[in-house]
Ligand binder design. Structure first.
Ligand code: ATP
Length: 361
């Protein structure tokens, strides 16, 4: 079992592009850690630095109890699965699985034993003699995973391994990777831009944006207490609703003054008095907004588009010139054009500073 510790890892490309800025965190032994962020945020660069495929510009990396900064990839005891998992087309599944081991001079019998073991684990044992062209997308992906597994590395690095699969297969493979991780108990670092993949797979998630770590937490903590506007908007689907405005305390309660009217907030919120007049962004998850009677309405929005998705309905509304999404049970289906009074439980709102996006509450 092996932990991976990054300390102030930084990458500046020769053209001056800072791809990763001072990344410090530890992936515990046996943990499945997901790195997630939008395209270009630096997650692949970070993974390649861990693999040794990219030289860090500064910082230190430990794998187990060794500092590996100066070690080449082959000496780091890691295996990487890429999004373009090119299999050798002229080799059978068994050939592809065993190729790396033969290259290292491992004996025939030992190669065959390991290939067999991994093929059984990945349910490929009846396809060992097939060529890649005869496999389904999911089976090919499993061979790619298998090539990493046969090496019995201490750490697995996976770079968007499911991105080329269709939606159904992606869900199935995601489950397989989760099962595999549970069975092997290996340390895994998994890179994706897909927040749902991150939420369902990660024991902990590192959220990245523009080369910087935004938050490291469990999926549920990221969802419940995002530390800034970026994480709040990135994690969750449909995304969190944002209402910018100015805080006011009046008539014994807090209000958010928006361009479109005042929205009542928590009555007895113990917020500091100097928040009066503060420019903020109010965040409300789509499931925390609900239709209200006119008397209890906290804001009025217009229904634009109704999207039934089977077990629930997404209402796309407009308030204050901005889009709002509400998630409802399917029995409630207002018509487009309708004016809808809405309420939310002030306990479930998120408040962010409008200037720097940091969470206030
Ligand atoms: P994606 O999900 O699109 O793969 P990513 O989050 O993995 O994106 P990186 O590939 O790590 O992001 O790239 C981070 C930044 O560094 C980007 O702005 C990219 O343009 C830049 N970059 C990546 N590789 C190089 C390189 N070899 N030379 C210069 N800049 C690079």
């Amino acid at each position: 079992m092996t932990r991976v510790a990054l300390h102030q890892l930084r990458k500046v490309y020769p053209d001056g592009q800072v791809a990763v800025e001072a990344a410090t965190f530890t992936i515990e032994s046996g943990e499945l850690m997901v790195l997630v962020g939008p395209s270009g945020c630096g997650k692949t660069t970070l993974l390649r630095m861990i693999a040794g495929l990219e030289q860090a510009s500064a910082g230190t990396l430990r794998i187990g109890d060794r500092v590996v900064d100066q070690l080449p990839p082959a000496a780091r005891d890691i295996a990487m699965v890429f999004q373009n998992y090119a299999l050798y087309p002229h080799m059978t599944v068994a050939g592809n699985l065993g190729f790396g081991l033969r290259l290292r001079g491992m004996g025939k019998a030992e190669v065959a034993r390991r290939v067999r073991e991994v093929a059984v684990l990945l349910e490929l044992d009846d396809r060992l003699d097939a060529l890649p062209s005869a496999l389904s997308g999911g089976q090919r992906q499993r061979v790619a995973l298998g090539r990493a597994l046969v090496r019995e590395p201490k750490v697995f690095l996976l770079d968007e391994p499911l991105s080329h699969l269709d939606a159904r297969l992606r869900v199935a493979m995601r489950l397989e990777i989760a099962r595999l991780h549970q069975r092997l108990g290996a340390t895994m670092i998994y890179v994706t831009h897909d927040q749902i993949e991150a939420m369902t797979l990660g024991q902990r998630i590192v959220v990245f944006d523009r080369g910087r770590i935004q938050q490291i937490d469990t999926p549920m903590n990221l969802y419940r207490r995002p530390c800034n506007l970026f994480v709040a908007g990135f994690i969750g689907s449909p995304a969190m609703n944002f209402l910018p405005g100015r805080l006011r305390r009046d008539e014994g309660r807090w209000w958010l003054d928006t361009a479109h009217g005042a929205v009542p907030l928590a009555e007895a919120a113990p917020w500091p008095e100097d928040w009066r007049g503060r420019e903020v962004v109010l965040g409300v998850r789509p499931e925390d907004l609900a239709p209200a009677t006119p008397a209890e309405a906290m804001l009025q929005a217009y229904v634009e588009v109704v999207e039934p998705v089977g077990n629930e309905v997404f209402l796309n509304l407009r308030f204050d010139g901005r889009p709002l999404v509400v998630r409802l049970p399917p029995r409630l289906m207002p018509a487009p054009g309708e004016r809808l009074p809405l309420r939310f439980d002030p306990v479930h709102v998120h408040l962010f500073d409008a200037a720097d996006g940091a969470r206030l509450e």
